[in-house]
Design a protein. Structure first.
Length: 114
């Protein structure tokens, strides 16, 4: 058995410049936890695999395709592959969510302008 704790997982360097920690990564799937401080956001991007986001803490605005919604704790958001998506923390508290990608991407993420 392997056990991974968020506190013991280092922040990885990433194009978004945010606290992102890979907790799990195999050929079949990848699990990352991202924490956005108040006012932080990700860069709008397209991922070449299906993605599920699960909000662990806080409230944020999620954009998937042409839709934007405010979501909070214990909410799962699905984002199909090859569609623009993004997260924004417009609140006064941290936003923490889990990113589940299946399978683990082999092609690079594509960043798009606003």
């Amino acid at each position: 058995m392997q056990i991974h704790t968020l506190a013991d997982t280092p922040v990885m360097e990433n194009a978004h410049g945010v606290d992102a920690r890979n907790l799990y990564s195999t050929e079949d799937a990848m699990v990352t936890v991202i924490t956005l401080a108040p006012g932080q956001s990700l860069r709008r991007h397209i991922t070449p695999v299906d993605v599920a986001f699960y909000v662990l803490e806080g409230e944020g605005v999620v954009e998937v395709g042409d839709e934007k919604r405010t979501v909070g704790n214990h909410t799962l958001v699905e984002s199909p592959r090859d569609i623009v998506h993004c997260w924004y923390n417009e609140s006064a508290a941290p936003l923490r969510f889990m990113v589940i990608k299946a399978p683990r991407p082999v092609r690079k993420t594509v960043f798009v302008s606003a």
